[in-house]
Design a protein around this ligand. Sequence first.
Ligand code: NCD
Length: 298
Amino acid sequence: MRHFISVRDLTREDIDTVLDRAEAIHRHAYDPCALSGRILGLLFFEPSTRTRMSFESAIGRLGGGSIGVDSIEGSSMAKGESLADTVRVVSGYVDAIVLRHPKEGAARLASEFATVPVINAGDGAGQHPSQTMLDLYTIRQSMPLEKIHVGILGDLRYGRTTHSLVHALSLYDVTLSAIAPRTLELPQNTREELRERGVEVNSYEDVSEVIRDLDVLYVTRIQRERFPDAASYMNVAHSYRVTPELLTGVRKNLIILHPLPRAGEIDPRVDALPYAKYFEQARNGVPVRMALLLEVMR
Ligand code: NCD
């Protein structure tokens, strides 16, 4: 059984297989009945629009169905049921579980109790590996995943999409720059893990220092809900914003990505510029998650 918990568990070959399959799906080269009669369980204990809906769309397009809960309050966890019991029980109803949970490590724990594959759709400030697959897919639509310079801007401390993405990019021949306010820097242990893999990450506090050298700018929202108190959030709120003015003199081939939702860190005037790829990126969630479901559920 194949769980999908952390990018740390994946090889470059695993990733490329999913991306290649997603590309074929994009060209409509897939069997719309491939997962007919299969049911995907969606356990979303944190808000979600894109991740949940694109997984539902993905299973539907492959002929399967989905059932789920979308809050702790709406499930028996509100009565005190443990996550372990919940996934044990739900394993009897579905063929795979997609889990989003506010606690880091929740998906790993769930995979130890589930009797069907578990896909991590975000565990607190931990990982969000299916997002990374569509991030890489979107980069690959514009340029090869080698000899490029990727800048990751924003909340690198709590942003799970950035944690998964840097691990994945460390498997490719790319230059990585981390751009964040001091208190939101990439966690030390992540940096060390990357260093062990031979990858040094450049650090910047101000995106204008490096923007002209980038091929990819990956922007993220400050993860307000993960801050211990309002004051520490207020210290960094609105500390960066991508505007058309900031983008003067950038490389012609630059692409700007964002996992979305955005909360002010990209000026809407950027949407009309050729660099903006974030809505296309969100659309790519469907073929990429179809590829992933085929990998995990077949
Ligand atoms: C991200 C998440 O949930 O981590 N959203 C998503 O899945 N596209 C990013 C975020 O919430 O900032």
